[in-house]
Design a protein around this ligand. Structure first.
Ligand code: FEO
Length: 162
């Protein structure tokens, strides 16, 4: 059985993961419009990953005999100043997601829900990766600065994400 409050918090996390997917899709659309096609590909892949994260929570709730409820998803922003600001916003978003996961884990410990705690450990590790990969792109974009050839090269590399 899943604790009622934990069930509600996990439902909120499904919503948060799907918001992440929606946000990254909005970023992909902005990149496509600005002809950053490699970055657009990278964000579409990231959006898919976020749907996978949401599904992990969904399946866990169902497996534990809980009830997965789909809450409304907010409208994400659609305008950014430049490519760097898009990736900075993505990085900042990931740090917020990390905090959410840590708060969930702290709550699982508080109520001695060891099964949920173990499930969340996967997300703790995943967030280290998610933050690192986004921050690396931010740092590289800062290095290339206003150089068009540098930005195009980096965009091409991002387009190779599998
Ligand atoms: Fe589902 Fe990017 O964290």
């Amino acid at each position: 059985m899943l604790d009622k409050q934990m069930n509600e918090r996990l439902n909120a996390q499904i919503q948060a993961e799907l918001y992440s997917a929606y946000l990254y899709l909005a970023m992909a659309a902005w990149c496509d419009e600005e002809s950053w096609t490699g970055s657009a590909h990278w964000f579409r892949k990231q959006a898919q990953e976020e749907v996978n994260h949401a599904m992990k929570f969904y399946h866990y709730i169902v497996e534990k005999g809980g009830r997965a409820i789909m809450e409304a998803i907010d409208k994400p922003p659609s305008e950014w100043k430049n490519l760097l600001s898009v990736f900075e916003a993505a990085y900042e978003h990931e740090t917020k997601v990390t905090k959410r996961i840590h708060d969930l884990l702290a709550f699982a410990r508080e109520i001695k829900d060891y099964a949920t705690e173990q499930m969340l450990q996967w997300f703790v590790a995943e967030q280290v990766e998610e933050e690192a990969q986004t921050l690396e792109i931010v740092q590289k974009l800062k290095k290339v600065g206003e150089s068009n050839s540098g930005m195009l090269y980096l965009d091409g590399k991002l387009g190779k994400r599998e």
